[in-house]
Design a binder for this molecule. Structure first.
Ligand SMILES: Cc1cc2nc3c(=O)[nH]c(=O)nc-3n(C[C@H](O)[C@H](O)[C@H](O)COP(=O)(O)O)c2cc1C
Length: 171
């Protein structure tokens, strides 16, 4: 839900996006939503297979504003924290880090083990934004879509992308 919504909003805003999905992300899409891969591919500017380490985003020479891993499993978070760039998601995240670009991870797990927390701390100390999908109830959400929009809006805030996905406090 989070990843699909992020792609929808980026497309609405005219932001170029490159989508990579792990094998388990594809399975979760089918298990947790009614969305089809064809729809997701229609939302992004470019789609790369997670096994395609020759994709543009595998290289630091390829310009991007940054990367959002939404949602981010504990396995992928561990790969990024340990520089184990076996997949394109992990490689592209590593490239984002080495090129000092904005990297936002939306961890998806609860409760968290000390291993998970240590990996997150290591990344946070490197400047990675750890952005758990924790809803803000001051916005008085009326639906699951409102909760999803809140987290997606917080991700877009990290890139200074204008949106009206949630009402800001004090406005
Ligand atoms: C329906 C379903 C939900 C899952 N939810 C999570 C989750 O919230 N967090 C997580 O770390 N792993 C979750 N898993 C397990 C991951 O799919 C598994 O750890 C996988 O290795 C993640 O790899 P990836 O990051 O390459 O997608 C889930 C698996 C299934 C089948």
């Amino acid at each position: 839900m989070y990843g699909v919504r992020a792609l929808e909003v980026l497309q609405e805003r005219g932001v170029e996006s490159h989508l990579v999905m792990t094998e388990w992300a594809k399975k979760c899409l089918a298990m947790e939503t009614d969305f089809k891969m064809e729809y997701l591919k229609s939302l992004c500017t470019e789609y790369s297979d997670d096994s395609n380490l020759a994709s543009g985003i595998s290289s630091g020479t390829y310009r991007t504003d940054g990367m959002i891993v939404i949602p981010c499993s504990m396995k992928t978070l561990s790969s990024i924290a340990n520089g184990y760039d076996e997949t394109l998601v992990a490689r592209a995240a590593g490239v984002t880090l080495k090129e000092s670009r904005r990297l936002v991870l939306v961890p998806r797990e609860t409760p968290l083990t000390a291993i998970n927390l240590e990996n997150m701390l290591k990344l946070a100390r490197l400047g990675v934004v750890i952005l758990p999908p924790v809803p803000g109830f001051y916005t008085r959400p009326k639906s699951i879509a409102d909760l999803v929009d809140h987290t997606v809006g917080k991700c877009l805030d990290q890139f200074n992308i204008e949106h009206d996905l949630y009402k800001r406090w004090g406005t």
